[in-house]
Write a protein that binds this ligand. Structure first.
Ligand code: T46
Length: 137
């Protein structure tokens, strides 16, 4: 499946901790956009879409939540609860985020600007897009 859990280097000293994120170094793409998600209701389910042409790294800088990742064949649940880790999500992965703690803050780095036309928000369409992809090879 096109995802990876990245572990970042922490610069820690007696004052606290600092983590630096740099494009094409510890973030595996050019960074065009950063957004963050916070104040999510604890019973909310966000996401429920895929991206045919977007790479992202999600960092849970505070609190915790769960990511369900689905490539059409395999489903994987990942708990994010550390600012020292980043979840890389590549192309063609259906994602659903849930079980947000009240203090959860997700910071997301993306390799493209926001484009609503690039979202697939219907699961059946997501499955069809995967078989269309295969036909193109
Ligand atoms: C993803 C997961 C992890 C913008 O105007 N600009 C932006 O850059 C983004 C990301 C969203 N929006 C607007 C579109 C909607 O009106 O903000 C609203 C909420 O977006 P959405 O419902 O897509 O949020 P999530 O939490 O379901 O999904 C987001 C990202 O959209 C998505 O790419 O992978 O976080």
């Amino acid at each position: 499946m096109n995802y990876q859990l990245l572990t970042f280097k922490v610069m820690g000293d007696e004052l606290g901790n600092l983590i630096s994120l740099e494009e094409n170094r510890n973030i595996p793409f050019n960074i065009k956009r950063v957004y963050y998600i916070y104040g999510t209701k604890t019973d909310a389910i966000r996401g429920r879409h895929s991206h045919p042409k977007l790479n992202q790294v999600v960092v849970c800088v505070r609190g915790a939540c769960k990511f369900l990742l689905d490539d059409g064949k395999i489903k994987k649940v990942i708990k994010l609860n550390s600012p020292e880790q980043g979840l890389f999500i590549g192309e063609n992965i259906w994602r659903e985020m849930s079980e947000f703690t009240p203090d959860c803050v997700l910071m997301v780095l993306a390799n493209e600007f926001y484009n609503e036309d690039e979202y697939i928000r219907d699961y059946q369409q997501f499955k069809e897009s995967l078989s269309n992809d295969k036909k193109n090879y």
